[in-house]
Design a binder for this molecule. Sequence first.
Ligand code: NAD
Ligand code: MLT
Length: 312
Amino acid sequence: MTFKILISDPLSEEGIQPLRQATNLEIIVATGLSKEALLEVIADVDALLVRSQTQVTREVIEAAKKLKMIGRAGVGVDNIDLDAATEYGIIVVNAPDGNTNSAAEHTIAMMTALARKIPQAYNSLKSGNWDRKSFIGVELKNKTLGVIGLGRIGAEVTARAKGQRMNVIAYDPFLTEEKAKKMGIGFGTIDDVLQAADFITVHTPLLKETRHLLNEEAFKKMKDGVQIINCARGGIIDEDALYNAVVSGKVAGAALDVFETEPFVGHPLLDLPEVIATPHLGASTIEAQESVAVDVSIDVVNFFNGEAVRNP
Ligand code: NAD
Ligand code: MLT
């Protein structure tokens, strides 16, 4: 029997080799499909592999008459309607750690770029100006980094921030004082972190509980001149509240990789010189893309061979 596997977002060709080598799988690569085209093609496939662009809604799941598996080549499964998938008995797998390192490196790069105004200075120089006065930054050394969400990426960011001689204080519902002590970091409630930090970075999933975790109230509790980094998920920060906090001067700068609605274009946040941004590039390295594609591909191969999957 041959099973049809639809890949609807760009995945690393090297990473999907396990799929190509399987004799019982037919691979259909169709990226950038309109919603209507996806609803049509999904009807006849046994598995769907996505990154973050394809929105696997209830409507898509209901149109998928033969779908048995959805694979997410990455961590966040917030673009998949998990309730609908469960209801229809469709297994969902992801790649929980293939892009951890890349996302942590991107977070540190964004924090450093923010602290030293590198994108702003780059734009100025490229526009023909030799301006050394407008881009005075701050050092990271001896500053306090607040980490909200100390999972895989939060922990890697913490280790790197300590290497920059930063003090780290973290909040995570699963973090204990003992674990924090072992890691050589501070531990507290979310309010403790908001009040103590010079830089705040979020690394939680996007859940009901984390939507707008950083909102108007939260910004009020922060230090004046705090700087914010979000390389986790759009929606964890209330973008309107962030805009107001930057305009008022409460927040000195923000580095954003992810947005409530993507693609993120034409939003007033992007007009603020204090805000630097990348278009969801946290996992965009050759290594991470290969690794996450290999991880989901192996699970697809295992599943259609009747073997156990590794990352349900
Ligand atoms: P993880 O599951 O390892 O860690 C998430 C942590 O958040 C857990 O420790 C959990 O206890 C904690 N958490 C949950 N609810 C919380 C709350 N209310 N307050 C504080 N902490 C809470 O996940 P990860 O691999 O570290 O990924 C973190 C985030 O980064 C995810 O949203 C993921 O989608 C995103 N991500 C983005 C990119 C990118 O391209 N920008 C790349 C990889 C991952
Ligand atoms: C993830 O959740 O893994 C990230 O958003 C990475 C991505 O899909 O690009």
